[in-house]
Design a protein around this ligand. Structure first.
Ligand SMILES: Cc1ncc(COP(=O)(O)O)c(C=O)c1O
Length: 445
């Protein structure tokens, strides 16, 4: 390596801005190389990647099949203007129509998930002739203007005022339900309130409901099948498009190729990114139903990007999806996910600081509390500074012990690459077990 660790960090800090952080005290992890479920920092320390970087390297690190596909495409044709037809764009389009559910057919390629959601909203508005969009509070849909407005969590605040026409519907987050009612009753009440919002806003004004099928960074919120059957039915009843954001939960993460398969529903538009190329190259996509696609046979699609359908990114996506299928990684996510679920439930029984664990495939979260009875979070909603002291201890412990994962407020995640083995899961969970001893100390009473 040409530069020392200190020099790499210094250059990064002095000349680049880091995401979602005050820059001053921020200490980025200098990452050098990666293979399988591990990566190494620039000093040679190994980390078990329990978050697939940003819930996105689904096939695992360093797969030579992607490197070969990318190199071959790069040599043949690195870039063509987005009005042109290319082999990788066409082949990927057909592959996605085949592996997505129902009548989802035509892809509009973008650079990432934010732009996929931007364009999903534009397309829903053009095809419906209506403008309002219903979204949730506990959600993240991206960092560009519209996707930031769709986002419900506090990352939105600095971008406000949000674009007009976005209204909120309730989150199907049963653990935080305050009433002594069953999960089924709670989900039905979410649907009832959603129907109220539709009536208050006027169905004739609402283009779409846009939600993460399984909510990601806002806490792996896994609704019931009845909830999604009900949401689909509401959309059909009122002539509203259903847009499912599968940027994080798609491509095998939940143990099915797409999370909506667990619920037996098909959206009118689905957005995807991350696992689409397993993050080997940037690519997003917004795939629309045959009917919506047909609308644009006669109507101009007012959307476009210089890098739309980028040949090399499309080649990376084809290769990454083929690896998912050939190596049976979706099946592995389901099998290892079932094992992970039993281990997480056992850790919850053992540690009083664990209020809830939620898991579907290899998409999972520990939610920590100071008191199981009141469910007071270990760190408050949108906690910063001193409020994050306990969670920062957990973060530090993970780091020192070579476990990389994502901690947020009172939660931390277990979202490893889908090729993880039971032994590798055990290796990480042993560290998690010891970290929970720390948080147990802060349980009241
Ligand atoms: C559910 C969801 N949607 C959209 C996005 C935005 O995607 P990107 O960062 O690729 O623009 C993210 C990113 O984390 C996401 O988790």
């Amino acid at each position: 390596m040409a530069l020392s660790t200190e020099e790499i960090v210094r250059l990064n800090k002095e000349y680049t801005l880091f995401e979602w952080n005050p820059q001053g005290g921020y200490a980025p992890l200098p990452i050098d190389r990666a293979s399988g479920v591990y990566f190494w920092d620039t000093d040679g320390k190994r980390y078990l990647d329990f978050n697939s970087q940003l819930m996105s390297v689904n096939i695992g690190h360093g797969d030579p099949r992607i490197a070969a596909a990318v190199a071959a495409q790069m040599e043949r044709l690195a870039y063509a203007n987005p009005y042109a037809a290319t082999e990788p764009r066409g082949v990927l389009g057909e592959l996605l129509a085949r592996i997505t559910p129902g009548n989802l057919k035509k892809s509009f390629f973008t650079l990432g998930g934010s732009e996929a959601n931007e364009n999903a909203v534009k397309i829903a508005r053009m095809a419906s002739g209506k403008h309002k969009i219903l979204a949730r509070y506990r959600s993240y849909h991206g960092g560009t203007a519209m996707s930031m407005g769709l986002t419900g969590d506090p990352r939105r605040w600095a971008s406000e005022p949000q674009p007009p026409g976005i209204m909120r519907i309730p989150d199907p987050y049963y653990y935080r339900c305050r009433l002594p009612i069953s999960e089924d009753a709670f989900m039905q009440e979410c649907l009832n309130q959603t129907e109220d919002v539709i009536k208050f806003e006027g169905a004739r004004n609402i283009a779409a409901i846009l939600v993460e099928t399984v909510t990601g960074t806002n806490g792996i919120i896994v609704p019931t099948r009845a909830y999604y059957e009900g949401l689909r039915a509401l959309c059909d009843k009122y002539g509203i498009y259903l847009i499912l954001d599968e940027v994080m939960c798609g491509f095998g993460r939940t143990g099915r190729m797409f999370a909506c398969e667990h619920y037996g529903i098909t959206p009118d538009i689905m957005t995807m990114a991350k696992g689409l190329t397993s993050s080997y190259l940037p690519l997003g996509n917004c795939i629309v139903s045959e009917e919506i696609g047909a609308f644009f046979d006669k109507n101009t699609l007012y959307a476009g990007l210089t890098y739309g359908g980028h040949a090399v990114s499309c080649a990376a996506a084809i290769a990454a999806i083929n690896v998912l299928i050939e190596d049976r990684l979706v099946e592995n996510a389901a099998a290892q996910g079932a094992y992970l679920a039993t281990r997480m439930e056992a850790l919850k029984d053992k540690h009083p600081s664990v209020g809830d664990v939620r898991h579907i495939g290899l998409f999972s979260v520990f939610e920590l509390v100071r008191d199981r009875a009141t469910r007071e979070p270990m760190a408050p909603y949108n906690a910063t500074g001193k409020e994050m002291e306990v969670m920062n201890l957990v973060k530090k412990f993970f780091h020192e012990n070579g476990l990389f994962t994502f901690t947020r407020w009172n939660t931390f995640f277990v979202n490893p690459p889908l090729r993880i083995t039971r032994a590798e899961l055990d290796e990480g969970l042993e560290i998690v077990d010891r970290a929970l001893d720390i948080t147990d100390e802060f349980v009241r009473g």
